[in-house]
Design a protein around this ligand. Structure first.
Ligand code: NAD
Length: 263
């Protein structure tokens, strides 16, 4: 074996959706530091996407910003076409774009809220996987898919049916894909964060009392940092993790072991 660390991503192209913020941005940092070129997808915050590009370039990496709404198939197709043209065929996809629940009970929830969550979190992931797989098969196989689900792929939460339903569906999408793609040596895994300090938790970040309340249900008694998730992703997309497929990797301070708390 050549004298090269197995976790090097040198020469690899990674598409990261939602790379302008939170976990996506931290992942762009981590993967570019390991040598990957990054397609930095953003939805509506160009300034933050430019910040991600600076981080990538600061790591000596190549990056390209692409605006796209992942819930729109034509836009996702265009993102893949552009990546191939400008950076090369992607070897890694990290589907991090997602939206949180709106806190509505089902009987009071606007259809549009349910629709948007499913379209973004589930269809967005499906569209992206679909385009990625076509390209990887045309290359003769190999590649890494990481879908960012959540502890809520498993834990139900009142007032978050749209979010939990979307993430539960991503759980099974990933598991089905791992079976469909094993023969092509394409690894497919979910990374399922617990509470991570990103803009998705801005309310708790801005309110120390609320944060304190929320971390009480986390055995390690703290929220996680985006870079902690990015480190796990970097491992899973490396050849060190070639045997990993079809799994959900929870990174949650022990939250999954502390769920019997009742409504
Ligand atoms: P974040 O809000 O910082 O990032 C989410 C990103 O998704 C943003 O860049 C946003 O613009 C993008 N996005 C939303 N809708 C989009 C669309 N239609 N098209 C393209 N991009 C879109 O939050 P985060 O914590 O970094 O979230 C990343 C992923 O992690 C999400 O899928 C989220 O559900 C999941 N997650 C987060 C936590 C947490 O506690 N932060 C916990 C579990 C799971």
């Amino acid at each position: 074996m050549e004298n090269k660390p197995q976790n090097s991503l040198s020469g690899k192209v990674a598409i990261i959706t939602g790379a302008d913020s939170g976990i996506g941005q931290a992942t762009a940092d981590e993967l570019s530091a390991k040598g990957a070129s990054i397609l930095i997808n953003y939805h509506n915050d160009k300034e933050s996407a430019e910040k991600t590009l600076k981080i990538v370039e600061g790591n000596g990496g190549k990056g390209l910003i692409f605006q796209c709404d992942v819930s729109d198939y034509a836009q996702v197709q265009k993102m893949y076409e552009t990546t191939v043209k400008e950076l090369g065929v992607p070897y890694i996809i990290v589907n991090s774009a997602g939206i949180d629940s709106q806190g509505e009970m089902v009987d009071e929830m606007d259809i549009a809220i349910f629709d948007t969550a499913i379209k973004t979190n589930l269809y967005g992931t499906f569209y992206s996987c679909k385009e990625f797989i076509k390209l990887r098969k045309a290359e003769g196989g190999e590649g890494k898919i990481i879908n960012i689900s959540s502890v809520h792929e498993d834990i139900p939460r009142a007032g978050a049916a749209e979010y939990c339903a979307s993430k539960g569906a991503v759980r099974n999408l990933t598991r089905c894909l791992s079976l469909e793609l094993a023969e092509f040596k394409i690894n497919v895994n979910n990374v399922a964060p617990g509470m991570i300090l990103t803009p998705m938790n801005q309310q708790a970040i801005d309110d120390p009392k609320e944060l304190e309340k929320q971390v009480q249900s986390i055995p390690l008694k703290r929220a996680g940092e985006p870079w902690e998730i990015a480190k796990l992703i970097a491992y899973l997309v490396s050849e060190d993790a070639a045997y990993a497929t079809g799994q959900t990797y929870f990174l949650d301070g022990g939250l999954m072991q502390n769920i019997g708390q009742g409504a």
